[in-house]
Design a protein around this ligand. Structure first.
Ligand code: UD1
Length: 371
């Protein structure tokens, strides 16, 4: 007779890039407790620097990835193609019962296409988000992934509505909430104990955190220059700390903008940080200036004002219910001044952003595998 262990279902958790690692962590820990689940982390290798990858595994107490595809960087087609070619081999060997993909990076879409074509069911965590801007590579990844996935876990009602409008069957959609809140609450006691902000001579509640990596902001010289100028000017009103993403660092250095930023006394470009020190900065900051998707949700949850340097967002709920505000670079100084004067929406926490999302996903997987 087979033991319960032999009968366990193989679930692949596809992790590729920095924001993915934090999203699979609560789910991996939830599934580890279940005797019916054998969750295996497949790292595609899209992000590979220590600060972009290994440090996140350490912070979230994740095991070494069960398999590492080592695809690295490249053009969109190169990166996507390499993930598909490598992951197809793993699918054939391992024959998983379910493939879980998260977010909207190239590896998310690549793993989905490879699995769907071989007939393996795919579940997408953070389904239904739309910026309606097809110039963003992430939007293409979202649309393709959602059109193929068998289970679509959404974080908010707008996600459900977008999917229904695109013809996704209602029974495939499960609203589970925002997994990033689980990630944050999981490590919050440790994050709160840190004093990272002191290392950068910052005072609680008296500085802003900046992150930038979107191609639309950092890949063209004109946009990047305008943003840097606006940030340096803004830092005269409020000290700013800026953990610089590798993509942004490459472009800042190539365009001679690093030396310009280093001259500003209250503007502090630093190395990218892992989750715990980074969130310690966010928790102690008085505002965040970003183009990241995840930070728009985290700041809404924490009630910290967020200025998003983009013309659109796939997280509209953070504007409707939270603390987020979209802004063009030329408006940055004025926006920042308004926040300093206390003029920002205090917001509320959206429904199901309650740190129980991983539990709801685990239940949804169990129901799907037993249906
Ligand atoms: C990717 C995702 C984006 C996500 C972001 C989080 C896509 C299309 N984009 O963007 O949605 O918000 O991750 O960071 O999937 N690099 C390093 N070290 C690394 C990783 C990258 O130096 O560990 C460099 C690469 O050389 C590359 C650049 O950074 O030139 C961009 O990396 P890539 O993974 O292609 O895209 P991101 O900009 O990180």
């Amino acid at each position: 007779m087979n033991s319960a262990r032999d009968m366990r279902k193989t679930i692949h958790l596809i992790a590729a890039a920095r924001p993915n690692f934090m999203k699979i962590a609560p789910l991996w820990h939830a599934l580890k407790k279940e005797d019916w689940a054998d969750a295996r982390i497949i790292h595609t290798g899209q992000h590979y620097d220590i600060n972009m990858s290994d440090a996140f595994f350490k912070d979230f107490k994740l095991p070494e990835p069960h398999l590492h595809l080592g695809v690295g960087s490249g053009t969109h087609a190169e990166q996507t193609g390499r993930v598909m070619i490598s992951y197809e081999k793993i699918l054939i060997q391992e024959r998983p019962d379910l493939v879980v993909v998260v977010g909207d990076v190239n590896s998310t879409m690549a793993a989905t296409v490879a699995a769907s074509k071989l007939g393996f069911p795919v579940a997408h965590l953070e389904a239904g988000l739309r910026s309606f801007d097809r110039t963003m590579p992430e939007e293409i990844n979202r649309v393709v992934t959602d059109s193929l996935a068998d289970i679509l876990w959404t974080p908010s009602p707008d996600g459900d509505a977008n999917l229904l409008r695109e013809g996704v069957l209602r029974q495939k959609i499960v609203r589970v909430g925002n997994i990033m809140i689980d990630s944050l609450e999981m490590l919050r006691p440790i994050i709160e104990k840190e004093r990272v902000f002191r290392k950068y001579d910052l005072t609680t509640g008296k500085f802003g955190v900046v992150t930038l990596h979107r191609p639309s902001n950092v890949d063209t010289m004109d946009a990047l220059k305008m943003i840097c100028k606006a940030l340096v000017n803004a830092s005269t009103k409020l000290p700013l700390v800026f953990p610089v993403h590798p993509r942004t660092m490459k472009n800042l250095s190539a365009n001679g903008l690093m030396s310009f930023m280093n001259q500003a006394p209250d503007f502090k470009p630093i190395e990218p940080l892992s989750y715990i020190p980074f969130m310690n900065l966010v928790l102690n900051s008085s505002m965040v200036i970003t183009d990241s998707g995840g930070l728009q949700g985290e700041t809404t949850y924490l009630g910290i004002p967020c200025i998003t340097l983009r013309q659109n967002t796939e997280w509209p709920i953070t504007i409707e219910q939270g603390t987020n505000r979209l802004c063009r670079p030329e408006e940055l100084e004025a926006s920042l001044q308004r926040v300093i004067e206390g003029d920002f929406c205090k917001g509320r926490i959206p429904e199901l952003w309650d740190a129980k999302t991983a539990f709801r996903i685990s239940e949804s997987i169990h129901a799907f595998l037993n249906s």
